[in-house]
Design a protein around this ligand. Structure first.
Ligand SMILES: [Cu+2]
Length: 208
């Protein structure tokens, strides 16, 4: 008995560490999303107006309302005029706004997004527009477009799809956490059983 206890003692910290390692991967990542790609890319020269300006991050963005609340994309030219309707759609790790540009020149794409951990991230990137002769140029506006107000956002987004994907994500997260807790309880239970059996054997041996 006396010689076994020092051998059993290290088993508990190991069990706790195993339980933590089982639970931790199931918890939502607690870090800012970061940009992995964009249209246009930083420093890129566009020769045509893209169908969409896109910013893609490393992980799912947090679109709680399913309507892109808190998400902003603005494209401005050298004189500060705005292009695009300001309607931002969020899908998974990406946000997008329909493309529109004026005449040839230097432009800036400024964006704001809600990271998966609930924090706001924002940045800007520079690009050049060098269209073919005779390309149709959009007219810039002096103040930032707001997608025509909330009603226009409803009309141009798909609230049903957004709500469904948000619910699925949350269900997946909860299931992951529950599975992690059950797995760690199972590990702890197994350790307790092993310890109890060894003690039982030890006790039985000592009484005989
Ligand atoms: Cu953060």
């Amino acid at each position: 008995m006396m010689r076994r206890r020092p051998l059993l003692a290290p088993a508990l910290p190991v069990a706790l560490a195993a339980a933590l390692l089982t639970v931790l991967p199931a918890l939502p990542a607690a870090a800012h999303n970061y940009v992995v790609s964009s249209t246009p890319a930083e420093g890129e020269t566009l020769t045509a107006v893209p169908e969409f300006f896109v910013v893609t991050t490393n992980d799912a963005l947090l679109d709680l309302t399913g309507e892109g609340a808190g998400f902003v994309m603005q494209v401005t030219d050298e004189s500060g005029l705005y292009y695009g309707d300001g309607c931002v759609s969020v899908q998974g790790a990406s946000m997008a706004m329909a493309g529109a540009l004026g005449v040839a020149g230097d432009y800036t794409l400024t964006f704001q997004a809600i990271s998966g951990d609930g924090h706001t991230i924002s940045d800007e990137l520079s690009f050049r527009y060098d269209p073919a002769e005779g390309s149709v140029a959009s007219t810039g506006v002096a103040s930032a477009p707001d997608c025509g107000g909330a009603e226009a956002v409803d009309a141009t987004s798909d609230p049903q799809a957004g709500t469904a994907s948000t619910t699925a994500d949350e269900t997946g997260t909860v299931l992951g956490i529950v599975a992690g807790i059950i797995a760690s309880l199972a590990v702890l239970g197994a350790i307790v059983l092993v310890v109890a059996r060894r003690r039982g054997r030890g006790a039985g041996a000592s009484t005989q």
